[in-house]
Ligand binder design. Structure first.
Ligand code: PLP
Length: 356
């Protein structure tokens, strides 16, 4: 049976990325060696990093003066590296979910943290709009897509201070104005690569402004100076990321990704809103994520939740269970998910409705 992969992360990758990674694991560039058994400093591998960096810059239209890094540690380590490198006195954070909260928690160890707004009181089902960002903050931190709750900022915000964004789960799903940010980061395992690599885009001249000692490995400058090769980078995930970047480019770039994401999301939200058995957890249209689409069963059908899960699983749906903290269902529709998978899920919902 065909599987429709709605996993939230690690998640679906383009088939050709998986196949070409598998080829390189068996024989990298006809060298007779596996990608897993060559040095990251091998002359064949440097071009992989160089091309991945170049494609990041090209696809996201990154201005001069920025570096692109591939590191270990996941987005979660960035939660601490960000304040270590950028927070001197005060930072502002928008609290839109568990990831934002975790980022905020780390920052508190380094200086004053202002929570400009929070939607915690409604289980993060919307993105706060009216708030004041202190003009004396060193930066304003946002999470552009809230993977667990299915809310997303579809446009770059305006801020009186430089912005920093966790874009773990929506990177490369829309064009971004990188010049508004001093740092954009994320775990690659949602929309780019298998788990194991973290991408960081940094404005070079935003560094060097804090007075504390920064441990070598946690200092972004170390990784800029060494082209992500200060220590051994995650070679295999970087190679897969390169293949995904080539695939995005061949599909027409981030504008095409945005168009596809919008089409898929509109199809699914339309069904959620129409179907008598289901409802979305995010009601404000402009906050609805294109990447993670969260829905629950209407009250009168609540006891059929497990039945629907079984019904959908039996028809090839994978990974549609909502995050353990919110329940219900979550269909993650990342770049590589084909429209046919969304249609297959919609068919399930319609068939299930007919049975009841
Ligand atoms: C998955 C996710 C994280 C955590 O990423 P790790 O690489 O596992 O540390 C952080 N932020 C967002 C928005 C995520 O979706």
């Amino acid at each position: 049976m065909k599987k429709h992969n709605f996993n939230a992360g690690p998640s679906i990758l383009p088939r050709e990325v998986i196949e070409k990674t598998a080829d390189a694991i068996l024989d990298f560039n006809g060298s007779g060696l596996s990608l897993m058994e060559i040095s990251h400093r091998a002359k064949d591998f440097q071009p992989v990093v160089d091309e991945a960096v170049a494609l990041f810059k090209e696809l996201l239209n990154i201005p001069e003066g920025y570096s692109v890094l591939f590191l270990g540690g996941g987005a979660s380590l960035e939660f601490c590296m960000i304040p270590f490198n950028f927070l001197e006195k005060k930072a502002a954070y928008l609290n839109t979910g568990v990831w934002a909260k975790k980022a905020m928690k780390e920052a508190k160890a380094f200086g004053e943290v202002v929570e400009v707004a929070s939607s915690a009181e409604s289980t993060y089902t919307y993105i706060p709009k009216d708030y004041v960002i202190p003009t004396d903050a060193d930066y304003f931190h946002i999470t552009t897509n809230n993977t667990i709750y299915g809310t997303e900022l579809h446009k770059d915000l305006d801020s009186p201070v430089p912005m920093i964004a966790d874009m773990s789960s929506d990177i490369f799903s829309r064009p971004i104005d990188v010049s508004k940010y001093i740092c954009i980061y994320g775990g690659a395992q949602k929309n780019l690569a298998p788990a194991g690599v973290t991408f960081v885009i940094i404005k070079n001249d935003a560094l060097g402004k804090v007075s504390r000692y920064i441990p070598t490995m946690l200092n972004y400058q170390t990784h800029i100076d060494n082209g992500s090769m200060f220590n051994t980078p995650p070679v295999v995930p970087i190679y897969s990321a390169l293949l995904t970047l080539r695939w995005i480019k061949a599909q027409g770039g981030v504008e095409a990704m945005q168009q596809r994401a919008k089409e898929k999301a509109e199809l699914l939200y339309t069904e959620i809103d129409r179907n008598k058995m289901f409802r979305g957890t995010v009601n404000n249209n402009e906050d609805r994520s294109y990447m993670n689409i969260c829905f629950i069963m209407n009250d009168e059908y609540k006891d059929l939740e497990a039945d629907f899960m079984k019904f959908a699983t039996g028809r090839g749906m994978v990974g549609i269970k909502g995050h353990r903290s919110v329940g219900g269902f979550r269909a993650s529709c990342y770049n590589a998910l084909p429209k046919e998978s969304v249609q297959a899920l919609i068919d399930c919902m319609q068939e299930f409705e007919k049975l009841h």
